[in-house]
Design a protein around this ligand. Structure first.
Ligand code: FAD
Ligand code: MLT
Ligand code: ZN
Length: 475
């Protein structure tokens, strides 16, 4: 399913032997999984476009167990694929050949929560939604949220430097992660977990591992800063007559809502068709070419409602918005968010999905979608655009009945060249993993790539951690 489409050769790692399995059994007794049925789910990614053939899955509970495993694999030259919730979008979370899958699923303990600072310390395998519940009970929220929250692990979020739906307000994990514990390829435990908010003692090593996609070390614990839970949350779901109006609505809302704006997401009419058709979700507003979801989060309901009403009055009066609905009730807020969060699920039910996750100048964010509809013509089932408009991040997705080399040829390298021409990024938030590693040069100069290779060689000289991922194959 994959290796043919993305040609790659197995590197000369050792093959897991009976003695290796016995050694693992001594480190993680009863947690060495070799049952092919159980392994199937861990060998295939969420999008079902990448499949490995690993014969062993390890489930450590502690950092010491991870250290033991890596020390052993390093000595034996065995390749390892760290895996969290396996929701990654670029094929980084599953093996390419027979790499050992090292799962964080049982590393799911909260270590501490400090309710003055909002600092949460937890193991890497905690599921994001469970952490949200944990901190919300204490009057805080997680600084990130994404559609995969029910499955993804915080370690996976940090490893991919996930962006998501709260990025506009709370920024990147490079800012909210305060500390990390990481096990290096040779089993060394690097404890940079208990970092204070401000700490300029030397190089900020944790930053190297944020977004490193399991290629530089295994993240075993995370310390993260949680903002206070907003007392008032409003969601407005609006219909816009065109993309210029989506942009003008964004400038208007930045001006009028100011500090209470916490999300500005958009989706086009084809996305709405897909969530209605495949997931039976009904649109709460009249049919429109574009929809925007605006969230406000503040500390006083009356103040926020007044600001939101002023904004809505202005955008409706000026014709920027043609229809809209507002929710404060938790269930209705969730239902409006579902329309946006579940687009990727609807797409995956539509056929084969060609996925692009691009940073572009906001004013040109939709041009490529329009352009590709013409370029692809009837070859494509759907060409859709949605995403985190407030962050300049477009999710451009194309579907066809089944994988088609001619559709792929029409898309690549066209999409990447177009993006590079705008000085954008060919991976805004999903990373490069296995499927996108070959396109890094569209967004990074050769000097940066060389330094990345040097860092990889320094931290993982045998290249056992997530081989075939992130960095392109060397000629
Ligand atoms: P996995 O998928 O298991 O792994 C991802 C990568 O991280 C792999 O390379 C893996 O080797 C590595 N890794 C995992 N855990 C560790 C660890 N402990 N140490 C070292 N390396 C590790 N992404 C966004 O940025 N924004 C979104 O809005 C967003 N929405 C999504 C919505 C849906 C429905 C889905 C399915 C995915 C979405 N994603 C989004 C993709 C996103 O990357 C992941 O959901 C998430 O961050 C990955 O976490 P995970 O635990 O599933 O990691
Ligand atoms: C999203 O924003 O919905 C996610 O990044 C997933 C996707 O791109 O489909
Ligand atoms: Zn996204």
């Amino acid at each position: 399913l994959t290796r043919e489409r993305y040609p790659v050769r197995r590197l000369p790692f050792s093959v897991v032997s009976r003695e290796d399995l016995e050694a693992f059994e001594r480190v993680v007794p009863g947690r060495v999984i070799t049952d092919p049925e159980v392994l199937e789910a861990s060998n295939v990614d969420w999008l079902r476009t990448v499949r490995g053939s690993s014969a062993v899955l390890l489930r450590p509970r502690t950092s010491e167990e991870v250290a033991h495993i890596l020390r052993y694999c390093h000595e034996r030259n065995l390749a390892v694929n760290p895996q969290g919730g396996n929701t990654g979008m670029v094929g980084g979370s599953v093996p390419v050949f027979d790499e050992i899958i090292l799962s964080t699923a049982l590393m799911n303990q909260v270590i501490s929560f400090h309710d003055l600072s909002g600092t949460l310390v937890c193991q890497a395998g905690c599921v994001l939604e469970e952490l949200s519940r944990h901190v919300e009970e204490r009057g805080f929220i997680m600084p990130l949220d994404l559609g995969a929250k029910g499955s993804c692990h915080i370690g996976g979020n940090v490893a991919t430097n996930a962006g998501g739906l709260r990025f506009l307000r709370y920024g990147s994990l490079h800012g909210t992660v305060l500390g990390l514990e990481v096990v290096l390829a040779d089993g060394t435990v690097l404890n940079c977990l208990s970092a204070p908010r401000k700490d300029n003692t030397g190089y900020d090593l944790k930053q190297l591992f944020i977004g490193s996609e399991g290629t530089l070390g295994v993240i075993t614990a995370v310390s993260i800063l949680c903002p206070p839970k907003p007392r008032a949350v409003n969601v407005a779901f609006l219909g816009c007559p065109g993309f210029p109006e989506v942009l003008q609505t964004f400038s208007t809302c930045k001006g009028l809502l100011g500090e209470i704006l916490s999300a500005y997401e958009f989706m086009d009419a084809e996305c709405m068709w897909l969530v209605r058709h495949h997931l039976c979700l009904a649109s709460p507003v009249q049919e429109s070419p574009f929809y925007v979801l605006i969230e406000t989060s503040g500390s006083r309901a009356g103040h926020d409602a007044e600001k939101l009403n002023d904004f809505l009055e202005q955008v409706l009066r000026s014709g920027l918005v043609t229809d809209g609905t507002v929710a404060t009730d938790h269930m209705k807020v969730k239902a409006l968010w579902a329309l946006r969060e579940r687009i990727s699920e609807a797409l995956s039910r539509d056929g084969y999905v060609y996925k692009y996750d691009l940073s572009l100048p906001t004013e040109r964010l939709y041009d490529l979608v329009t352009d590709l509809r013409v370029r692809l013509g009837p070859q494509a089932k759907h060409v859709v655009g949605y995403g985190h408009l407030g962050d300049g991040n477009l999710h451009l997705n194309v579907t066809s009945e089944a994988f088609s080399p001619s559709v792929l040829d029409a898309l690549e390298p066209y999409v990447y060249e177009w993006t590079a021409g705008q000085r954008g990024s060919v991976s805004a938030e999903h990373g490069l993993g296995f499927r996108k590693r070959g396109v890094i040069s569209y967004s990074k100069p050769p000097e940066a790539l060389r330094l990345m290779r040097q860092l990889k060689a320094l931290l993982d000289p045998k290249g056992i951690l997530n081989p075939y991922k992130t960095l392109p194959a060397q000629a």
